[in-house]
Design a protein around this ligand. Sequence first.
Ligand SMILES: *Cc1c(COP(=O)(O)O)cnc(C)c1O
Length: 251
Amino acid sequence: MRWGEGMQDEARVDVAYERFVAARREELLSRIANAAARAGRSASEVTLLAVSKTVGMEGVRAAYAAGYRAFGENRPQELKRKVSACRTDPVLAGLRFDMIGNLQKNKINQVLGNATLVHSVSSVVLADAVSRRALARELVVPCLLEVNVSGEASKSGFVPSDVPQAVDQIMGMGGLAPLGLMTMAPAGDKNAARACFCGLRELREELIVRTGKELPVLSCGMSGDFEIAVEEGSTLVRLGRIVFDPTYEDV
Ligand SMILES: *Cc1c(COP(=O)(O)O)cnc(C)c1O
């Protein structure tokens, strides 16, 4: 593209923002590495997913320039839109987008073939619907079971004690490949967050014994609690505001 109309304004705004996103990424990687080290883990075990739901393609481009290659979206339509935009762009074509938000049955087809990993399989009924659509398209969809470890009424996900049986059922469906577990901790309560992440890790250990599968992914930790999540065994943190919002402040 030639340097000229349109490009110029956008480029000027972006320089400062790109610098912020890049500096913030370095900070986040070192905080993740420190948290991992405190738990005797290696930082290489932890994937940093940039949750791009509040930004447009300029935000994704800034994040790409900073080094991010994996993104999360919580709305099927927006995920599909961004994946399509990336596929037509030679630079962004290989980026990964995960579906992290609540999935309604009538939106499943927008996610299939577009999401690399579906974090939000929150019931056997939903799993069955996803699996049927996947099989119809000859796909096997990598997924996580979303677990409501904290038991908050506002949160979706499996009751922890229902998960072992659900995993057996889901593995039998054929269209889904469960790779692990996902949870969201109660906001603003660090002790409750730690208990929640610890509960998720213990549940995975129980499932590994029961199923003999590896279940390598523990998706937990957001802007306000990712260091605790890494200390408790998270292999994938989903960070939104702290990645993209210059006004975000730690509490
Ligand atoms: C928005 C969102 C995140 C990121 O939250 P932040 O607090 O902005 O880091 C993570 N997981 C899910 C499921 C989300 O919807």
